[in-house]
Design a protein around this ligand. Sequence first.
Ligand SMILES: *[C@@H]1O[C@H](CO)[C@@H](O)[C@H](O)[C@H]1NC(C)=O
Ligand SMILES: *[C@@H]1O[C@H](CO)[C@@H](O)[C@H](O)[C@H]1NC(C)=O
Ligand SMILES: *[C@@H]1O[C@H](CO)[C@@H](O)[C@H](O)[C@H]1NC(C)=O
Length: 473
Amino acid sequence: MILSWCLVLVTFTSTTFGTNPGVQVRLTQKGLEYGRQLGITSLQQKLGSVTIPDFSGSQSVSPIGNVKYSLTNINLVNVGLPKSALDLVPGTGVRLSIGDAFMNLHGDWRVKYLYVIKDSGSFDVNVNGLSITTSIAVSSDETGRPAVDVANCAASVASADVKFHGGASWLYNLFSKFIDKALRDALQEQICPLVVKAVADLNPTLRTLNVLAKVDKYAEIEYSMVSSPIVTASSLDLSLKGEFYNIGKHREPPFSPAAFSLPPQTDNMVYIALSAFTPSSAGFVYNKAGVMSLYITDDMVPKESPVRLNTNTFGVFIPQIKKQFPGLMMKLLLKTLDNPTITFQPKNATVEVNGTMTAYAVQPNGTLSPLFVLNMESSVSSDVFVSGLNFAGRVSLNRMKLTLATSYVGLFQVSTLNSIFQTVLKVVVIPVVNVQLAKGYPLPALGKMNLVNPQVQMMKDYMLIGTDVTFTA
Ligand SMILES: *[C@@H]1O[C@H](CO)[C@@H](O)[C@H](O)[C@H]1NC(C)=O
Ligand SMILES: *[C@@H]1O[C@H](CO)[C@@H](O)[C@H](O)[C@H]1NC(C)=O
Ligand SMILES: *[C@@H]1O[C@H](CO)[C@@H](O)[C@H](O)[C@H]1NC(C)=O
């Protein structure tokens, strides 16, 4: 029915068996910086849940004797993470370093001594120079999605200043050491677990990667990772399969992805590179699904076109048609043969496809009488663009070559039909293909991700989409 493939496209350069990715995704320093901002916001919220337990006891203080004390209602008033960095650790993952962080706490104190004397007041604590260093490993989970995990975490506090309100100054010395210890213990116990939780909370988002993205009723694209993420000094790279499959029937095509490597571009947060293998695998799928064929009838030809699909028009070029089938409408069947060949070159994506064009006369009772079959070699160029989270295409005809395969109406000069079939391709077939291609094909993406100002560049053997991203809450 429909020539869905087209975008689909291209080379048969098979290299190592099945291990090269069809698609690569690169997160740059700029992307990491955006990740840091999101991560710090989330961590700051998590640290807001730090709690310092009440504590109480008694202590002998000379010359007063036994002092019973309690410190209660210790609340975190404020947390600040003014300085942080997220750095790539080649071969491993990323390191999050937080320095000069601070926390402000407020609490109440109460004492009882010399059996009858009671006193109470409040206190404020400023925790300064809090630093947290954590290594985050980036790996691939069992579903082929990226996953993060804290490999190690260390937290330390430089100083804690306690300011008391009310009470006698000798009490301050007593409390200060308790508070200092309680605080360090609490922070030690709570900060790294909160960091681990903040990092683990990224995994549900990473698990929204569309490792199997539905395209239409025939096809889906697999975007699972084919190898572990590669972390270099300047980027984090994911190698994805990037292969179209028949829904439910995963059959490998007789070609595999060629190796390709991304250029050292850094302007965008993310680069998505789709090799020609990805559209080629689509061509394979749609061809196998038998949907790369199209019946063309006269009502599909624009009214203003002088070319009409009837035996009168064709009879001008092939008189036998007018003689044998006078005054009948015609119908054409365009069918592709084999897989299209898709080639990505700098600034140009080309799809070459061979097919047959069968012409029929439509008898008054609906029977189709075959007139002739032509072999058609055609080449189209495609513009590729990004629409939402899809890539889409628009093709235009480069050239077409017709040769006669079979004639039921005697010999004739095929070249006399060139302009009719050029017109049919341009005004009927290509618009039908373009409607299909405009629907788009899902890119690898996380849920709630939006692409900002994506730019497509055609490179040798792959197309590169450079984009910034945002996440909607
Ligand atoms: C792309 O390449 C094809 C094949 O080489 C050529 O026919 C076509 O004109 C080129 N298109 C553009 C826009 O350069
Ligand atoms: C189309 O047919 C020609 C001639 O047989 C051949 O050279 C070419 O490789 C074919 N192209 C495709 C895409 O099958
Ligand atoms: C339809 O009409 C054609 C031409 O008149 C004739 O050859 C054919 O047998 C008819 N078919 C049917 C199913 O009536």
